[in-house]
Design a protein around this ligand. Structure first.
Ligand code: WT7
Length: 662
C-alpha cells in the first residue's frame, strides 16, 4: 500500500485531490510540517534582513558583508544589491571548500549518450578541482582576464561544467549558449556580450545523431570578427575545419598548464554570468546574475526544495544551456557538496526506459525533470517504467511549464510508486532559483499547483490595473520585494530591464505569468500573459519567430501564436502572408519550417504554417492576436469582440482555411 496514496480533503477547502507528505517522509525532512513552513516563511518576510543574514552563513566568504540588502524597485531607478561588501568566489564555494571533507566523494557521475558503447564516469571533487584549475589556466594562458565575457557552446559533457566553473574561478562571466541553437542565435549572443573567446566542441551527440557544433560555430564566427580564440573540446573525433591562429584544442592545451590556480576574489555584486532568454519583443536579452546572492539562493533552495541530505544522489535532467542547469546542476548542488548524475542522453534512447534505467544504475534519490518529458514518456506506455525498480527515489520534481494533473498522477503513481512527493517548482531565468513550490515534507501537494512561496518570496496577484487581489483570485503574478537570486540587469541595457520588469506595476517585479490563488493560498500558474511561448519548457518569443519568417524573401508578413499541444505544452502556429506573386505550396511550407529551424534552432520549428492572404487587424494596423490564438486552437465559436477589426471578413476566411488544414 502506497504510503502517500491517501486522498485527504478535510483540511482543505476545495474538493480537489490533495496529497499530504507521509509521516515517514516528514520524520526525516528539513521542514516537517505546514506550521513549521508557515512560521519560517512569515519570519522570512517580516524580517528579511535577519533571515538572509543568517542564511548567508551557508557559503564561504573571503571578506564578510555588512549590508544584507540594498534594493530600490523604483521604476526609473531600479537597483538591486545583496551582501554588497562581501567578497567570495562561486567556484571556491562549489569546489575548493569541499576538498578537506570530500575530496574522494563523487561530484558528477557522467552518464554518456549511449549506454551500450560508453561507460559512466565518476568524477570526484578532487578531480573536479584539478580539471577546473587546468581549464582556468588554459583560459588565462590564452588571454582571458577578470571581467571578460566567455561564450560557451558545448554539449552536456563534463567539460561544460569545468568551463563554467573555470570562468567563475577567474572572474570572467560566462555566457552559455544552448547547443541546440543555430549559428545565427550563437552569433547574436556573442556580439551582444562582446566576447572574444568561444568554447565549443567538435560535435555533440544526441541519441543516434551528431550535432555539428564546430561547423555551426565557424558559421557564426563569420559575423563575429572580434572572436580571437576558439577552444575546441574533442567529443566525437569527427572531421572539422580548422582556422590556424584562432582554433586551439582543449586536450592539447591541457598538457601545457598546471593544476593549481588561485580563485579570484570577487565582490558579491560582481557578475557571475549572463544567460540569454526570450522576451515578448526584440532580440533575446542578456539576463545578468551576480555572485553572492545567487550562491546563497541556489544552494538554499536546492537543500530545502528537494529536501536534499548529505549523501543523496541528485539528478536534474536539464541542459547546462538553460538556467535550470546553471542553478541546479552547476551551482546550487555543488555548493552543497552533492553527488549528481550529469546526463548527456535523451529520455527515449536507446528506449523509453532510459531515465529509469539511469535512476536504478546510480541509485538516484532526487529526480528533477520537465513536464514535457513526463508527457512524452507517458505516451510510450507504462511497461517502460514498470520493468525498472526506482526504489531509490525519494523526491520528484518538475519545472518549466504547468504540469497537467494527468501527467502529475502518472509521475506520482507510476514513476514514484505513490511514495515520492512531487515538487512542482515555478521560477524563471530571471529569478535565478525556485520561487514557488511545495516543500516536500511540509506542504500537501495538489496536482498542477506550484503551491506556496519559498522563504523570502512574497507573491502578489494583481489585476491589469495593478490592484492587489485578496484571497482566492485570479490575475497577474508579481513579486513584492527582492530576493538574493534575482537578476540585476539586462546586460548593457538597464533601461530594458526597468521597462520589462518594473514599469507595469510600479514597486513590484512583474513575472509575465498569469496565476490563480485558491482558498488555501496555493498558487496555480496559468501561463504567460505576454507574447512569449513555452514550447517543451523552452521559452521562445513570438517576435523572434516572426522576424525569422519575414526574413525569408517570399514572405510578406507573419504572425506567430501558441496553441495547446499534447506533449510540448504549447506548439508553434505561424500565419504567413506571402508576397503577391508567390503561390502557397507544400514545398514552400517545408522550406519555411526549415528556414526557422536554421535561423533560431530546432526547438523553434513551427508545428503549423497557415498561409493566408491577410490577417485580422485593427484599424490602426495591429494584429488581433486574441483572435488568431483562438483560431489556431480550433476554437471558432467564441472569438469575442470583432467589431474593431478593419475587415471582419478576414476572420471567416481564416477559419475556413484552418478547417481545411486539419
Ligand atoms: C517561464 C520561465 C525556470 C527554469 C525553466 C524555465 C514557466 C516555469 C513553471 C511551473 C508553470 C512554469 C513560466 C515562467 N514555468 N516553471 N512549475 N509551472 N509554469 O525558465 O525559460 O526562464 O521560463 O516558464 O511561464 O515564466 P524560463
Amino acid at each position: 500500500m502506497a504510503e502517500q496514496d491517501t486522498k485527504v480533503t478535510a483540511a482543505y477547502s476545495g474538493n480537489e485531490e490533495v496529497y499530504p507528505p507521509s509521516d515517514s517522509f516528514r520524520s526525516k525532512a528539513h521542514v516537517a510540517s505546514m506550521e513549521e513552513y508557515e512560521e519560517m516563511w512569515q519570519r522570512s518576510v517580516d524580517d528579511p534582513e535577519s533571515f538572509w543574514r543568517e542564511k548567508a552563513d551557508r557559503i564561504d566568504w573571503f571578506e564578510p558583508f555588512e549590508t544584507v540588502k540594498n534594493v530600490s524597485y523604483e521604476p526609473r531607478n531600479v537597483s538591486i544589491k545583496w551582501y554588497e561588501e562581501g567578497v567570495l568566489n562561486a567556484c571556491y564555494n562549489a569546489v575548493d571548500r569541499h576538498l578537506d571533507e570530500r575530496a574522494d566523494q563523487t561530484a558528477f557521475i557522467y552518464e554518456p549518450n549511449d549506454p551500450n558503447t560508453e561507460e559512466a564516469q565518476h568524477i570526484t571533487y578532487a578531480e573536479l578541482h584539478e580539471n577546473v584549475c587546468k581549464f582556468a589556466n588554459i583560459l588565462k594562458k590564452n588571454g582571458v582576464k577578470k571581467g571578460d565575457r566567455v561564450t560557451i557552446y558545448l554539449p552536456m559533457i563534463p567539460a561544460a561544467a569545468y568551463a563554467m566553473l573555470a570562468c567563475a574561478r577567474i572572474g570572467a562571466p560566462h555566457s552559455v549558449v544552448f547547443a541546440g541553437f543555430s549559428p545565427d542565435s550563437l552569433s547574436d549572443r556573442i556580439l551582444d556580450c562582446e566576447s572574444t573567446f568561444l568554447i565549443t566542441a567538435d560535435e555533440g551527440v544526441r541519441a543516434t545523431k551528431t550535432v555539428p557544433l564546430k561547423e555551426n560555430a565557424d558559421q557564426a564566427l563569420e559575423k563575429c570578427p572580434d572572436v580571437e580564440t576558439v577552444l575546441v573540446v574533442q567529443r566525437t573525433g569527427g572531421d572539422i575545419d580548422w582556422t590556424e591562429g584562432r582554433d586551439i584544442w582543449y586536450h592539447e592545451e591541457l598538457s601545457t598548464v598546471d593544476a593549481e590556480c588561485e580563485c579570484e576574489p570577487m565582490n558579491a555584486e560582481d557578475p557571475l554570468f549572463i544567460l540569454y532568454t526570450s522576451g515578448s519583443t526584440g532580440k533575446p536579452k542578456g539576463v545578468l546574475h551576480t555572485t553572492g546572492g545567487y550562491c546563497v539562493f541556489t544552494s538554499l533552495t536546492h537543500e530545502y526544495v528537494f529536501d536534499y541530505h548529505e549523501g543523496d544522489v541528485f539528478w536534474c535532467t536539464a541542459d547546462v544551456g538553460w538556467i535550470t542547469g546553471h542553478s541546479y546542476i552547476v551551482y546550487g548542488p555543488l555548493i552543497n557538496g552533492a553527488t549528481q548524475v550529469f546526463f548527456e542522453g535523451t529520455p527515449t534512447y536507446p528506449d523509453a526506459s532510459r531515465l529509469w534505467d539511469v535512476v536504478d544504475k546510480h541509485d538516484v534519490n532526487i529526480f528533477y525533470t520537465a513536464p514535457t518529458a513526463i508527457r512524452a514518456l507517458m505516451r510510450q506506455g507504462d511497461e517502460y517504467v514498470e520493468k525498472t525498480d526506482r526504489s531509490s527515489l525519494r523526491v520528484l520534481g518538475t519545472v518549466g511549464e504547468p504540469i497537467n494533473p494527468e501527467a502529475w498522477r502518472w509521475y506520482y503513481n507510476k514513476v514514484g510508486n505513490g511514495k515520492c512527493p512531487i515538487v512542482d517548482t515555478w521560477w524563471q531565468t530571471e529569478t535565478g532559483g525556485i520561487m514557488i513550490t511545495p516543500l516536500p515534507g511540509a506542504v500537501a501537494q495538489k496536482p498542477g499547483a506550484a503551491s506556496k512561496p519559498f522563504f523570502g518570496i512574497q507573491p502578489e496577484v494583481v489585476d491589469n490595473a495593478g490592484n492587489i487581489q485578496e484571497g482566492a483570485c485570479e490575475g497577474v503574478l508579481t513579486i513584492a520585494d527582492s530576493w538574493p537570486g534575482q537578476m540585476r540587469t539586462v546586460y548593457k541595457n538597464h533601461e530594458r530591464f526597468q521597462n520589462t520588469y518594473f514599469s507595469q506595476f510600479p514597486g513590484k517585479y512583474f513575472t509575465g505569468d498569469g496565476c490563480r490563488r485558491d482558498e488555501d493560498g496555493y498558487y496555480w500558474i496559468t501561463g504567460r500573459v505576454d507574447d512569449v511561448l513555452n514550447v517543451s519548457g523552452h521559452r521562445i518569443g513570438t517576435a523572434e519567430l516572426e522576424s525569422a519568417l519575414v526574413a525569408h524573401d517570399q514572405v510578406a508578413e507573419a504572425a506567430v501564436v501558441g496553441f495547446p499541444h499534447e506533449v510540448k505544452g504549447q506548439g508553434i502556429y505561424a500565419y504567413v502572408t506571402l508576397l503577391k506573386d508567390v503561390d502557397p505550396s507544400e514545398e514552400l511550407r517545408d522550406e519555411l519550417v526549415q528556414y526557422v529551424r536554421e535561423h533560431i534552432g530546432p526547438i523553434a520549428k513551427p508545428d503549423f504554417i497557415q498561409f493566408t492572404p491577410s490577417l485580422p487587424k485593427t484599424r490602426s494596423g495591429k494584429i488581433m492576436r486574441r483572435i488568431i490564438r483562438k483560431i489556431a486552437a480550433g476554437e471558432f465559436d467564441d472569438l469575442g469582440d470583432t467589431s474593431t477589426l478593419a475587415d471582419p471578413g478576414v476572420v471567416e476566411e481564416l477559419i475556413d482555411e484552418r478547417k481545411g488544414m486539419s
